[in-house]
Design a binder for this molecule. Structure first.
Ligand code: 5RP
Length: 224
């Protein structure tokens, strides 16, 4: 069973006619966006999307979803993937280097729904290194500050290894290992207070619902 497809399609059921929807980035939201395009055609419903990356922008376009911006519309719902989810629905995101715009869009929505397969569920965040978007000129000084916080920074390289990953905003991504994170909310704030850091991939107290794909079907976790 394709669990990413299962949860992507499940999340598409939550969208109502007339909604403005945040379109997350990654291989799981790929299925959500495609399904939304299908629903628009088959059910003749009207939806508008706000993408969180060029990847979701182009996929939405291909899927026939009209796009808008945060400047023009409020968001009813945002659906996005994650790299780790803890029992309090705190997240690590940014595996696709899109976490800055994802955080802006996801945080702006009335309801933020996360779609993951069960491999992403953890007791504590931190096995997946924390992605941090960094202004290129600040790379060395940010790395120094991170080391003082006992983090181990690693510049993310492009798959071809011939240069660094460059984000949609023209910046670098540093992946930082902290070990298991006891206080994700505190770390989220501390990282963002380093000059040169644009945004980090810890998302605390944001997700309202997590749809988890398991071998037995779909599990839904709601924020209390
Ligand atoms: C991109 C993200 C993605 O949502 C996250 O990496 C999960 O991706 P996938 O659905 O491909 O596993 O945060 O920045």
């Amino acid at each position: 069973m394709n669990l990413k497809k299962l949860v992507g399609h499940e999340a598409a059921k939550l969208v109502n006619d007339g909604d403005v929807v945040g379109l997350g980035t990654g291989s799981t939201t790929h299925y959500f966006i495609e399904k939304l395009g299908d629903r628009m055609k088959k059910e003749e419903i009207k939806i508008m999307g706000i993408p969180t990356s060029y990847q979701s922008f182009f996929l939405a376009r291909k899927s026939g979803i009209p796009l808008t911006t945060l400047e023009e519309h409020d968001l009813d719902l945002a659906v996005d993937g994650a790299d780790e989810v803890d029992p309090h629905l705190n997240l690590i995101k940014g595996g696709g280097a899109a976490h800055t715009l994802e955080k802006i869009v996801d945080a702006s929505a009335d309801k933020f729904v996360v779609v993951v397969d069960e491999s992403k569920m953890v007791e504590k965040l931190g096995v997946f290194p924390v992605p941090v978007e960094v202004i290129p000129q600040a790379l060395r000084v940010v790395e120094e500050q991170v080391k003082k916080m006992r983090g181990v920074p690693k510049l993310r390289m492009a798959q071809r290894k011939d240069g660094p990953v460059i984000t949609d905003n023209g910046n670098l991504v540093v992946d930082i290992e902290f070990g298991l994170i006891e206080q994700p909310g505190e770390l989220e704030i501390r990282l963002n207070s380093i000059p040169g850091v644009v945004e980090n991939g810890i998302f605390t107290e944001m997700a309202d619902k997590v749809i988890v794909g398991t071998a037995k079907g779909v599990d839904v976790l709601n924020r209390i």
